[in-house]
Design a protein around this ligand. Sequence first.
Ligand SMILES: [Mn+2]
Length: 238
Amino acid sequence: MSTCFIADLHLSAEEPETVERFIRFLNEEAGEHKTLYILGDLFELWLGDTLPSSGSEPVLEALRTVTDGGTDIYVQHGNRDFLLGSGFEKQSGCKLIADPYLIGLDGRRILLTHGDQLCTGDLSYQKYRKLIRNPLVRWTLLHLPSTVRVAIGDKLRRRSNYDKGNKTSAIMDVTEDKVRETMREWNTRLLIHGHTHRPALHNFELDGKSAERMVLGDWESADNTIIYRDGSFRQLTL
Ligand SMILES: [Mn+2]
């Protein structure tokens, strides 16, 4: 049985074709895998389970069908959908997992992360991340009236798009130091992440042993999927 990894679908009502394509993937392919990991930013924006993003209903239903069919789906928070909570879990049958999250496949230790924590060159983003991931801030966000949450969501999106256009590409990428530090901390030689939308397979040496960092592309680009089967990984485009 195989394990499938994807990230950065950024589903939104404004991109109905992407939503359709993802639902087709869930209906036709996801069920063939024993486990599916979605490493963050499943949704372009999520303002709390009581205020589901428009157009998310069929996605939640399709996820539910797959989990009911026996495939486990684990979801990590991304920087866009960090307010996914237990309501989402109940409706979709998915399980939210911590970031980073360590799994074992045939005795190999593999670390999964969305990837934004690794972009330590972007100091203003890391400051912002620390603030919004604070449990008290999170609780407050979730208890704001929906109109206020929608306004904040618009602002966050504008800011993120502004950053994309104005920060240098090096600042928006992971830093090698943080990658090494994280992999040492978790005693792993294989890291899989998304977020940067720069699909690649990086081979390097870590404390005298070979190490790998696999980067998933976003759902719109090439190399957006990694499949583990019979002891080996394959990166492909769905
Ligand atoms: Mn992201």
